[in-house]
Design a protein around this ligand. Structure first.
Ligand code: AMP
Ligand code: GLY
Length: 426
């Protein structure tokens, strides 16, 4: 248990990690903060060390050299690569699931199989490991669209909704034959198309107890009105318009607790944050996908609302003591609007100076989370697809969104692109 001020290393360098670091920094038990690799905004709160999030041995070495009391592994790739397993082997305290548990996100074939085995509601599906078998299955289908998903990680872009048999064939060809997502496309899941509003619930779990956070919703497409390509997320807000206390009770009984128990029964006890992407279908809530970590940008809308000591919760998750914890949330809504480089998620240019950051950050209740930024000759410049996210509070989501847009209006950089409908009910 962490009882005194502790130095902490956070793995990652996006907006989500900035939100995690900001919340850690508010804890009375937070000592010096480090980030691998961090970004220009994170550098104001933590020492950034140029070690990649996927360089597991580099992270272990950094944690040792800096003698940190905790390593928080935030992104999916290092979790799947076994960062927490390696840190545990070295006797370094780490937050995040071990790789066996992170399979919940790392393999759709695994997560769908688990849901089927334990009766957790999700879309019905078939698995294919040869393109020929997948093509002939597609030909037999008479109901479209169908949803085709690469088995492994695909930067949030591995799910394709195919409206026609031709589009389904194209999708299979690009995933399985052309391997646009690399080995993630060795196998595919083809599943039934579901309808209904979506919402996201992040939850802390210590492997036995699960405590949901406040609900959220993200906006995945690049353009207004959910048009354009899928991105990592162009904005998010909390709470969801649809997630009622009754629905939460139902999700606890039918989805959340069964998932935690199933993972334990499979010998893959999950300690960390589970991200439930839910679709509220006419037949009830169903799991669209799991992630094994905080979402980005969901974290930038949910974590600012956390009022309890983050380090106390992290500690309880690691030690299996979550049942003794009461988590308090700010009743105000929060909304984050992402500003991206023009062209993202396809090709884009970087290196442009960002102005107005201080002015935006000084607005009451607003905060600028950096994602793809770096310092160059004393200026803050763009360095990635998603550049930053501005979060603000409000009495409800529309007010929070209006405040976030107002703060964002202070900021500019060349080719800046953002959606104008974040926070709108859909
Ligand atoms: P995923 O990468 O699995 O989160 O899927 C990305 C998006 O595709 C989801 O947020 C949904 O909007 C959509 N989607 C995924 N699976 C289905 C499904 N079975 N039915 C309808 N839409 C889906
Ligand atoms: N915003 C979706 C994710 O983090 O996976």
């Amino acid at each position: 248990m962490i009882t005194e001020k502790t130095d902490i290393l956070v793995v990652g360098g996006g907006g989500r990690e900035h939100a995690i670091i900001k919340k850690l920094s508010e804890s009375p038990r937070c000592g010096k903060l480090y980030a691998c690799p961090g970004n220009a905004g994170i550098a104001e709160l933590a020492e950034c060390i140029p070690v990649k999030a996927t360089d597991i041995e580099g992270i272990v070495k950094t944690a040792r050299e800096r003698n940190v009391g905790l390593v928080f592994v935030a992104p999916d790739d290092p979790l799947m690569l076994g960062a927490v397993n390696r840190l545990n082997e070295e006797g370094i305290r780490a937050f995040g699931p071990v790789k066996e548990a992170a399979e919940l996100e790392g393999s759709k074939v695994f997560s769908k199989g688990m849901m089927k085995k334990y009766g957790i509601p999700t879309a019905s599906y078939e698995v294919f490991d040869s393109p020929e078998a997948a093509f002939s299955y597609i030909k037999e289908q008479d109901k479209y669209p169908v949803v085709i998903k690469a088995d492994g990680l695909a930067l949030g872009k591995g799910a394709i909704i195919a409206e026609t048999p031709e589009k389904a064939q194209d999708a299979l060809r690009s995933i399985m034959t052309d391997r646009v997502f690399g080995d993630s496309g060795k196998r595919v899941v083809i599943e039934k198309f579901l309808t209904g509003p979506e919402c996201t619930v992040l939850a802390f779990t210590d492997g036995t107890t699960l405590i949901p956070m406040e609900s959220a919703q993200d906006h995945k497409r690049a353009l207004d009105g959910d048009k354009g390509l899928n991105t990592g997320g162009m904005g998010a807000f909390s709470p969801s318009y649809y997630y009622t206390p009754e629905l939460e009770e139902r999700c606890m009984n039918e989805i959340f607790m069964p998932t935690v128990r199933a993972m334990k029964a499979e010998g893959r006890e999950f300690r960390g944050v589970i991200y439930f992407q839910l679709m509220l279908t006419p037949d009830g809530p169903k799991v669209i996908e799991y992630n094994a970590r905080f979402g980005d940008p969901e974290a930038q809308a949910v974590l600012p609302r956390l009022e309890s000591d983050f380090i106390e919760i992290i500690d309880a998750v690691i030690d299996g003591k979550l049942d003794g914890i009461d988590i308090k949330w700010n009743k105000n809504a929060a909304c984050v609007v992402v500003a991206a480089s023009g062209g993202y998620p396809a090709a884009y240019e970087t290196g442009f100076e960002i102005t107005g950051l201080d002015k935006a950050g000084e607005r009451p209740g607003a905060f600028v989370y950096h994602a793809g930024t770096k310092k160059k000759d004393g200026a803050t410049v763009t360095a990635g697809g998603r550049v930053l996210g501005v979060t603000a509070f409000g009495k409800d989501v529309p007010e929070a969104a209006a405040n976030a847009y107002e703060a964002l209006s202070d900021i500019s950089f060349k080719n800046m692109h953002f959606r104008r409908d974040i926070g709108v009910r859909k």
